[in-house]
Design a protein around this ligand. Structure first.
Ligand SMILES: [Fe+2]
Length: 394
């Protein structure tokens, strides 16, 4: 995220005296990636960001997983996981899939979350539906249906829904950002990128909050496993009067992603929106489809030998999956080792189509995924056999 932003009150020269109205020094904090060699921002706190008065264990939502064995394509119905919304976006998550590079979980929430920061990696939360505010140490960020909310590692924040929120949470063990091929060597979005700086939204003003003995839930690794700690800070961590830099929470709406189409079928990388270490995020948005007179608009069968492919169907009508039971709220897992493609009849049905009204978020991981308790709880086990149905006695 090499896109400079300045919010609130910052001094003209970095690492120089910056004072409160009472004459006391503000505390400068550098938040940066990759030691001091990656993107960073400088924040100016009223208090001391290091100050702690207690640290106790916190049990984050279940993160244990089971192997996908015997190997099968899978279908999980996320809309069946929650009967109500009396939980929050942080502690209410249920793990669908995960490995040592990324975890995908889902929450339906209407409550305000605790203060929280993820010390393992960046989070990318796709808002399937709902709206509200993510309050962060950098300021407030409004969100709405279709937003990707990107929260850099270590960002203290909380989710404040305005209504029921359905959140598809992608937690990395790394950083998440635009594909490098979309960027100039100095970090500007290039002309062929399907979105650019104008489509990104960040905090506009400082968010100052008062309070003492303030709890923050921290997700981190301990002994190689996901663990949690409850910090108590003597003062509220939202005490930043200003900041500037290239590292901050921001949002991109999926409706601002401009699809790239062609005369014949375009491969999934044209749909890529973000990348992390050992995984990518792509999205399939409503678009005109292939316009060669003999085009087959749905995908060809593909054996993605180097990746497990996770598709979250979040709107419209997904043409290639017709007849499989997949619908809004479904997640499919197409693992390496299985060749997947359209269900029987879908290719024929797509001939002559001019446009697809489909919305899906895809995560491709380069190492196999394991199954989380939320995924297994919502599994539709007949999916693995759906391509064989209707084929007759072949
Ligand atoms: Fe695929």
């Amino acid at each position: 995220m090499a896109y400079y932003r300045r919010v609130g009150d910052v001094p003209p020269k970095r690492h120089t005296q910056h004072r409160k109205p009472d004459g006391g020094l503000l505390r400068e904090e550098l938040v940066g990636e990759e030691g001091f060699t990656g993107d960073s921002s400088l924040l100016y706190h009223r208090g001391v960001p290091s100050a702690l008065v207690a640290a106790t264990p916190w049990d984050p939502p279940e993160t244990r997983t089971e192997p996908n064995h015997p190997l099968k394509p899978r279908h999980f119905r996320l809309h069946e996981l929650f009967a109500d919304a009396d939980r929050d976006v942080v502690t209410g998550r249920r793990l669908v899939l995960g490995n040592d590079d990324v975890r995908i979980s889902y929450a339906v929430a209407a409550e305000e979350s605790p203060l929280y920061r993820n010390a393992i990696g960046d989070e990318c939360v796709y808002v399937e539906s709902g709206s509200g505010t993510v309050e962060t140490v950098f300021g407030a960020l409004e969100f709405r249906t279709g937003d990707y909310v990107l929260l850099p590692r270590g960002t203290t924040h909380r989710w404040v829904p305005r209504e029921q929120v359905r959140a598809y949470c992608i937690e990395a063990h790394s950083h998440i950002g635009p594909p490098k091929r979309y960027l100039s060597h100095r970090g500007q979005f290039l002309e062929h990128a399907p979105y650019c700086e104008r489509d990104l939204r960040g905090p506009d003003e400082p968010l100052l909050a008062a309070g003492t003995e303030v709890e923050v839930l921290v997700k981190h690794l301990s002994g190689g496993r996901v663990a949690g700690t409850r910090f108590v800070h003597p003062q509220h961590p939202f005490d930043v009067v200003g900041w500037d830099g290239c590292l901050y929470p921001h949002a991109l709406n999926i409706g601002d992603f401009e699809p790239i189409t062609g005369r014949v079928h375009q491969p999934p990388p044209v749909h890529q929106v973000f990348e992390g270490a050992q995984f990518v995020v792509c999205n399939f948005v409503p678009r005109k489809v292939d316009y060669h007179p003999l085009a087959v608009p749905v995908p060809y069968y593909h054996s993605n030998v180097d990746s497990d492919e996770v598709m979250f169907y979040c709107g419209g009508d997904y043409e290639a999956r017709k007849g499989s039971g997949v619908g809004p709220g479904s997640v499919s897992l197409h693992p390496g080792g299985h060749s997947h493609g359209p269900q029987p009849g879908a290719a024929e049905a797509s001939l002559g189509a001019e446009a697809f009204d489909e919305l899906a978020v895809m995560v491709d991981t380069f190492r196999p995924l394991q199954l989380g308790e939320g995924g297994l709880a919502g599994e539709a086990p007949e999916y693995a056999w759906s391509w064989a149905r209707g084929l007759g006695n072949l």
